[in-house]
Design a protein around this ligand. Structure first.
Ligand code: NAP
Length: 433
């Protein structure tokens, strides 16, 4: 049977892994498809110095992505360059040339995925983006097909492996964030500039896509409250442990009577929950459905697992090219129903963990309790680890369920107190897991 031809642009972690899998697994892939997936062209600016597996046969190598997109034999373009500039041009140009597109690019798809999908559908081509969220976990397929008959009410995820590595190592070894950021850079988990990971922006792009798929709503990055993990210390894990909780960068999307609440933030989660057991650079997604109840998906988010997702997308798109795809439905299609309107995280109601660092003196707890009481916030517990210095005394107050709005107002007022050494750290205590 005639083969389907692929062009791969970007040969870094994901692109090269994809190439390797297409070469090493070629016979199995052909057996599963009933025809071969042929790599016709590959591109990166430094392609001349790269080893291209001989098994792939005669492959055009070029440093100019336009040659791949315009190549008359290439039917599917895999955009694995990353970033938003060149990658956007590659995707646009591929759609103009009526070539199907497979991408791992969460940044572009989060910013304008809906428009790209509409253009792709109008051009009659296929677009697949499984690899853009959670690397090796086939979560797009789950939400678009596997549980599409259900009505999702909540989705919680650990979507950034670097942050999860840093937090779980801090929990185990009691070492500070700066040390663990440097360690994750050495291990290749974090970029030279770790901000996208530790400030939560990478996870936010992923949540945009997952929430759009799960709730069929047009979600933009600005709909999602984001707070990174920079302020988390080993001491917070000591206190969390006393409360039978742990701390994770939690990405949440939850339907409420007022609308959809979306956030990426460090949160306390009960140690007994399945998300709490996700360790190291792993990703996980927990979905609650109105009819199907809980399902949980777990996996690795790095180069080769992501390559598997890219190859699986290439196979799916190739199948559709060969057999025709009668219904190309955008994953953002039911946005038009407008059922799930994103609302401010301020409407969220939770118990909260408040961690303070103060210059010790009599009457501190009474002052803080007074501010909380004035906002109708009920104090639950006060925790204090032994500490030798009175100049920088840490302690924790937990409060009963209240609104994010009330907690923010209380924290703003507490920031003005002259014994406060830094702004109190307020973390929600998630229960709906
Ligand atoms: N790494 C992961 O674990 C992972 C997981 C899930 C999703 N993703 C996504 O996968 C995509 C790729 O990530 P990656 O980690 O593989 O990135 P990467 O290692 O930095 O690779 C990028 C590749 O693109 C090439 N490139 C850059 N600019 C180019 C240009 N103008 N023309 C042609 N080639 C160009 C680079 O090679 P030259 O410099 O030689 O051109 C390199 O081969 C991103 O969208 C990322 O978000 C990555």
């Amino acid at each position: 049977m005639e083969e389907v031809n692929v062009g791969i642009i970007g040969l870094g972690n994901v692109g090269y892994a994809t190439l390797n899998i297409l070469s090493e697994n070629a016979d199995q892939i052909a057996q599963k498809l009933g025809f071969r997936l042929n790599v016709t062209a590959v591109c990166s600016r430094g392609v001349a110095s790269l080893h291209i597996p001989e098994k792939l046969g005669n492959v055009l190598r070029t440093a100019d992505w336009r040659e791949v997109v315009a190549h008359p034999d290439v039917q599917i373009v895999a955009e694995l360059v990353g970033g938003t500039d060149v990658a956007a041009n590659i995707i646009d140009s591929a759609i103009e040339h009526r070539k199907s597109v497979v991408t791992a690019n969460k940044a572009i798809m989060a910013a304008c995925g809906s428009e790209i999908w509409d253009r792709a559908i109008r051009s009659g081509i296929n677009l697949a983006m499984e690899a853009s969220v959670c690397g090796g976990i086939p979560i797009h397929a789950v939400l678009r097909e596997g549980i599409s008959g259900d009505r999702v009410t909540a989705l919680y995820g650990i979507l950034n492996g670097t942050c999860n590595y840093i937090l779980t190592e801090m929990e185990k070894r009691g070492v500070p964030l700066a040390y663990l950021v440097a360690e994750s850079q050495r291990l290749g988990y974090a970029e030279a500039d770790p901000s996208a990971d530790i400030d939560g922006f990478d996870a936010r792009s992923k949540l945009v896509l997952l929430a759009a798929l799960a709730f069929g709503e047009r979600i933009t990055p600005s709909d999602i409250f984001v707070e990174g993990i920079r302020r988390i210390t080993p001491l917070d894990f000591d206190y969390a442990r006393q409360l039978k909780h742990t701390i994770r960068l939690v990405c949440g999307a939850r339907q409420t009577s007022e609308g959809l609440i979306l956030f990426v933030r460090p949160a306390l989660i009960p140690s007994s929950t399945i998300l709490a057991s996700v360790q190291g650079p792993y990703n996980a997604v927990w979905v609650k459905g109105q009819f199907g109840e809980d399902t949980f998906y777990y996996g690795w988010g790095a180069g080769h697992p992501t390559g598997v997702s890219v190859v699986s997308d290439l196979m799916r798109v190739a199948r559709e090219i060969r057999s025709g795809s009668p219904e190309r439905v955008s994953p953002f299609a039911h946005e038009r129903l407008g059922e799930y309107r994103p609302v401010s995280v301020n409407r969220q109601k939770r118990a909260y963990y408040l961690r303070f660092r103060v210059e010790d003196r009599p009457g501190i707890i009474a002052t803080l309790a007074g501010i909380l009481a004035a906002k109708h916030i009920s104090l639950e517990a006060v925790l204090q680890e032994p500490c030798s210095t009175k100049h920088d005394l840490p302690f924790v107050i937990t409060v009963e369920e209240t609104s994010e709005q009330s907690i923010r107002e209380a924290v703003d007022e507490m920031c003005q107190l002259e014994f406060m050494r830094e702004a109190p750290l307020a973390l929600p205590m998630e229960t709906a897991l």
